[in-house]
Design a protein around this ligand. Structure first.
Ligand code: ATP
Ligand code: MG
Length: 384
């Protein structure tokens, strides 16, 4: 009797001709997640089976695979010879200590002497006799013991379905550049888009020495957590201190955030083009703060020439975003109290509905392209 892990995948089956491409990427991502852990991944009629691992590694393997997009559910199963005695022993091992149950059998091996109904009835009957705390309920059981009689002379027996991360394999839907701050929202936004199969690079803007080194470390930590889901990431770090000083010195203070956002977008687009990203992703949510109005978004979108800006959190409430950040494990880091560059020189009353003519008038006081070039020259790259 041997333990294996069954992996069922999500929407890959929808992808007609491209299926091979999706599946290859899926396997590459699972292999990457399990690097350094002894295992083998085998494809088996519409799903994958992981075998050849040490039993002590099971929880580690499950936690690593829990972050691989594309996995619908997983089960730890016992694999035995297709023999009723062995199948029964396995069923008894996976069966719950008590409660209602039924046995469900899938028989791929049509040469097996019993059909699936007969297998379920015999195994269920013996369990009922042996384990006095179990009772049968075929309509609404608390537990289902699954028996899968394979064509290769072995059977898989399992009782639990563990929910996977869902989504599509990262790397199957292009690449995006996430504007990552130290806050709660942007890591969640990156996670959501990665879940649909997109690879993610990150860019972070800081205003050292107005913001401190810990703020930067915090963002690196957040990007590291995100990288567990995104099969790694590259973090691009840019200093925008001089841009902010110039805005502060020369422009109406109410436009600080609006103008800074436009600089961030211009720089992000340049970085995206140089790293092969096809879109920009932000953690903005409609109406959440003064700069996240539709007018604010229109203003920052207007400087982007060549790609869309994805704002997956636009329709979410803060509470919903917080729940997600707790789920993905970024919340505790996000709430550490270090300042973001957006809070430096923050006006008391930022404009909430900036008009394009006024923005352009303020921006005309700055040498935009020189400031962008200068910021680009501060680029640091961290591979995670
Ligand atoms: P977050 O929780 O993601 O920081 P927030 O609610 O604090 O979001 P803002 O500070 O207005 O909102 O930022 C909106 C979005 O702009 C962020 O989600 C992020 O995508 C981007 N952003 C803000 N500050 C930075 C920064 N310092 N570096 C990179 N991107 C940033
Ligand atoms: Mg923020």
């Amino acid at each position: 009797m041997e333990k294996v892990i069954i992996i069922r995948y999500c929407e890959l089956y929808l992808k007609g001709k491209n299926r091979g491409f999706f599946e290859r990427q899926f396997v590459v991502n699972m292999e990457r997640a399990l690097k350094g852990i002894r295992h083998e991944i085998r494809r088996q009629s519409g799903r994958y089976v992981i075998e050849g691992f040490d039993e002590v590694d099971i929880s580690l393997i499950l936690s690593k695979l829990g972050k691989v997009f594309g996995i619908h559910t997983l089960s730890v199963a016992l694999r035995v010879r297709s023999d009723m005695g062995e199948i029964y022993n396995a069923a008894k091992q996976v069966s719950p200590a008590g409660g209602t149950f039924k046995v469900e059998t899938h028989r791929a091996d049509k040469t097996f002497p019993l059909n699936s109904m007969q297998i379920s009835a015999q195994i269920g009957g013996r369990l009922l006799d042996d384990v006095k705390t179990l009772s049968v309920d075929v309509h609404n059981p608390e537990h289902v013991i699954n028996i899968d009689v394979r064509e290769n002379g072995t059977s898989l027996v399992f009782c639990q379905y563990i929910k996977g991360a869902g989504g599509m394999p990262v790397g199957s839907a292009g690449k995006g550049l996430l504007l990552i701050s130290g806050g709660i929202d942007s890591p969640v936004a990156g996670h959501m888009i990665a879940k649909r199969g997109m690879s993610i690079d990150c860019v972070h803007f800081h205003s050292y020495p107005y913001t401190n080194m810990q703020a930067k470390e915090k963002v690196i930590d957040l990007a590291k957590i995100l990288a567990q889901y995104t099969c790694g990431t590259t973090l691009h770090i840019i200093k925008v201190t001089h841009i902010q000083e110039e805005i502060h010195k020369k422009c109406n203070g109410e436009y600080m955030v609006t103008l800074l956002r436009r600089f961030m977008m211009r720089i992000a687009e340049k970085i995206a083009n140089s790293c092969g990203a096809q879109c920009i992703i932000t953690g903005e949510s409609l109406g959440q703060v003064a700069s996240q109005t539709i007018e604010g978004m229109t203003s920052s979108n207007a400087v982007i020439q060549t790609m869309p800006v994805l704002r997956p959190l636009c329709g979410f409430d803060k509470n919903e975003i917080i729940d997600r950040s707790k789920d993905i494990g970024t919340y505790e880091t996000s709430i550490l109290p270090y300042e973001d560059c957006c809070t430096v020189f923050l006006p008391k009353h930022p404009v909430t509905k900036p008009k394009m003519v006024d923005i352009l008038a303020e921006e005309a006081k700055l040498d935009v392209s020189a400031l962008v070039e200068e910021a680009m020259s501060t680029l640091e790259v961290v591979k995670l």
